[in-house]
Ligand binder design. Structure first.
Ligand code: NDP
Length: 496
């Protein structure tokens, strides 16, 4: 059913329409029909947004941080008061089950705003004992105008995880959500006005990445880009930013591993595998999609993993009992099906799924059923490429020692987990994994307090935790020579 609402972009404190008045469709992935329309901006709108952000920058930077924090707290309250509406919109636009958007996304967002607002107020600089005649320190300074470009898999969560630290550290922003799921970020624009955040501090534009996203990246008034998305898009953004040597924060793709050792608690490992692999239909940058299972537990773990996964309820994401909805749009389903076909051609054995859904409701939408392959070669595409769908490979390993090499033999380095009763062994293995996050007997545990970000082609930026503040400020080093006697530093050190 078409959702009729006049979504507006936010520029210079005004909820408005693009200069050229364009619109674009947002498709409901459950039935592949138009869900609603949203503004389709062009580079002209980006220019207005950046100029508004530049004009607001000085005043925002000089606003007492406690006041900035209060505005973020107000925004959190407003988001909370709209949680039912926001979770329904989130589910409708990208297909995440309502149980997930209601209980995770829309609870995470105000929590993140409040956490970061408080955290920012505790940010400090350093004093350094560099010279008895000097007082040496670092002070944090905002970057200026930051472009925030976010993906669709956690549309509001990812956008707010960038917005909150950018604002608390005194930056102004131009945000661009993903085109297939922009609706909740546009609603956020309305709440930003209501929260009293001054005009120009937050600007929101919508439109295709190659046009509107690139207009943000290449705009000379933008001082940094914080991007989350696919690694290939990240590389494109890096190349666009290179001529200006503009800093880029990049949270990119993942091909995450789960290592299950012989001494693992089988119940916990099976439950953890099902949840982490298929939560949000596997569309999580941190979801495990390659499993390395030790020979002694393989014949018990794999059938139980397959059986438990076969019980996942796939269906209408608005139904509170649904555990897996559709993928975000039809192209994602086509991509997943191509990888499934490729895995079959490569000789991987289907243990579960692997065929399009026969149910007429599911067949119409972007649904992919939980799919598990047995894999014999770590070099197969299935074990190397990010599929971003509920499609995983399971491979038998002889010894725990085999795991680090197999995990590291991949261009991504986002996350991995080890399932074992031997924490010492688990820790020793983790120390050899080239990933940003590693868990023991857990996977996909992410809270505002913990840093998130990868290595290798998964990017290098940290989101969340105290570390995120450094992504949104410069540490300026200041040296004050205090002595009445004028002398150069080098006179002392090098007796010329
Ligand atoms: P995309 O890279 O396709 O898109 C992300 C954002 O970038 C969207 O807003 C998109 O706009 C925009 N964009 C696309 N092309 C350009 C361009 N040339 N210049 C500037 N901006 C552009 O990612 P998805 O939305 O498909 O999200 C899934 C990806 O995100 C996966 O690879 C996943 O692993 C990754 N991800 C990583 C996380 C991490 O923490 N490491 C967390 C979450 C997701 P438009 O939608 O209009 O194309």
């Amino acid at each position: 059913m078409m959702f009729s609402y006049d979504f507006k972009i936010l520029i210079d404190g005004k909820l408005t329409r693009p200069v050229r008045g364009g619109l674009m469709d947002v498709i409901n992935p459950s039935d592949n029909t138009v869900f609603t329309t949203v503004p389709r901006c062009t580079a002209e709108d980006v220019d207005l947004a950046v100029k508004a952000a530049q004009s607001a920058a000085r005043q925002w930077k000089n606003t007492y941080i406690g006041e900035r924090a209060e505005m973020l707290f107000r925004l959190a309250d407003i988001v909370r008061s709209h949680s039912e509406e926001l979770s329904a919109l989130e589910t409708a636009q990208y297909g995440g089950p309502i149980s997930k958007t209601r209980n995770f996304d829309i609870k995470f967002v105000p929590g993140e705003l409040e956490f970061i607002a408080g955290l920012g107020r505790a940010a400090t600089g350093m004093t350094i004992s560099a010279d008895p005649d000097a007082r040496v320190m670092t002070v944090r300074e905002p970057l200026g105008v930051v472009g925030l470009i976010s993906p669709w898999n956690f549309p509001l969560v990812t956008a707010v995880s960038k917005l909150a630290p950018a604002l608390i550290m005194g930056n102004t922003v131009v945000m661009k959500p993903a085109s297939c799921a922009p609706v909740t970020v546009l609603k956020l624009g309305e709440y930003i006005v209501e929260a009293g955040i001054p005009a120009g501090v937050v600007n929101i534009v919508t439109g295709p990445g190659p046009e509107v996203g690139e207009a943000i990246v290449t705009h000379p008034g933008v001082d940094k880009i914080n991007f989350t998305g696919d690694s290939s898009v990240g590389k494109r953004i890096l190349s666009l930013a290179a001529p200006r040597v503009m800093p880029i924060a990049a949270e990119l793709g993942g091909k995450n591993a789960m290592i299950v050792l012989d001494d693992a608690n089988l119940d916990a490992a099976v439950e953890g595998a099902v949840y982490a692999a298929f939560f949000n239909s596997g569309q999580n940058c941190g979801s495990p999609s390659r499993f390395y299972v030790q020979a002694g537990i393989y014949d018990e773990f794999v059938p139980r993993f397959v059986k438990a996964s076969s019980k996942i309820i796939v269906g209408d994401p608005m139904d509170k009992n649904t555990m897996m909805g559709p993928l975000a749009y039809m192209k994602c389903r086509e991509t997943a099906e191509a990888y499934i076909a490729g895995a079959k051609r490569a000789g991987c054995r289907v243990l579960l799924g692997g065929a399009p859904p026969s149910d007429p409701y599911l067949a119409r939408g972007a649904f992919v059923l939980p799919t598990i392959f047995e894999v014999y070669d770590n070099k197969t595409e299935l074990m190397q490429e990010e599929i971003f769908a509920p499609v995983v490979g399971v491979m038998k390993i002889a010894s725990p020692e085999d795991a680090p090499e197999l995990v590291n033999d991949c261009r991504y380095g986002l996350s991995a987990s080890v399932w074992t009763s031997d924490y010492r062994l688990g820790m020793l293995l983790i120390e050899r994994l080239k990933v940003g996050t590693a868990w023991i007997n857990q996977h996909l545990a992410i809270v505002p307090e913990t840093p998130w970000g990868g290595r290798k082609e998964s990017g290098w930026t940290k989101e969340n935790s105290v570390l995120v503040l450094d992504e949104y400020c410069y540490h300026k080093h200041i040296w004050i020579h205090m002595s009445e006697t004028p002398r150069t530093f080098w006179e002392e050190r090098i007796k010329l």
